[in-house]
Design a protein around this ligand. Sequence first.
Ligand SMILES: [Zn+2]
Length: 302
Amino acid sequence: MTKSFKKLESNISYYAKKPTACPVCKNEFPREDMLSGGGRMIAGDLTDELRRTYEPSAKYGPVYPLMYTVGVCPECFTAFFWSDFTEITEADTFTACLERQEKNKAAVAAVFPYYDFNRARTLLDGAAAHFLALLCYENAAKSHSPTTKQGILALRLAWLSGDMNRLCPGRNYDYVQQVFYRKALFFYTQALEYEAGDTENFDGIANFGPDIDKNYGYTGVLYLACLLELKYGQREDMPVRLQTLGRHKRNIAKVFGLGKASKNKPLPLLEHARALYDNIKKDQQDANMPDLDLDFEDDEQA
Ligand SMILES: [Zn+2]
């Protein structure tokens, strides 16, 4: 029999009618979603990290739609993107989730203390849910493309930590944000290496995001791996840094080179990719590194 759940006391979110069944402990729990109508979501700019910003509305204040995109079982703390609660079925994954439950809970509580998945989500709960999912995907089979999902989660965690820092300054969430940016760089880079080496492909990804408003696909992954390297990559070994960026720059030119917007290269992404290419070029020139690549526009032959 289906359990009934108390109505949420929130004017921002609601519980979906159909509860979610936890594949690990079989507990049923409600899925919380954001009410998107009524002027709650006023879309603002798209950042260079492909994050959609939202203007606070006079009636509802600031909104953080990302908070609701990850589900967490409040009983055993298994966390995945909502769709993976039915997609992931491997017994090995479930066993690993149960075994690591206490360790994961403690790791998340150290960064986002006092989270609670039995109340209307707060920004802190949303961030904690993302961190739990980042840890749970460690146990998922390669067919679900866990590395790319970890990249998306880490990037969103960096964004949410930035939001936390604005809400409660002085609690080190600016530092936490930098850590998650570097984690995102690690996972995006690894996802591309795995794909090139046939270890893990992108078949398990229905939506690359990275935000919820648009799917920027594989080209978005290439772009973000490059952008994150430029913004958050290591700076101790400059020759290696410039070499890595040079490689990314050639990729960007190859994928975005023809300069016309299309389905796989939507205009905002194309514009950001162009700016990124120019920034790397400037870094190379500042370092007196010979620029052997052809220019952005005619890099077709490169
Ligand atoms: Zn559970």
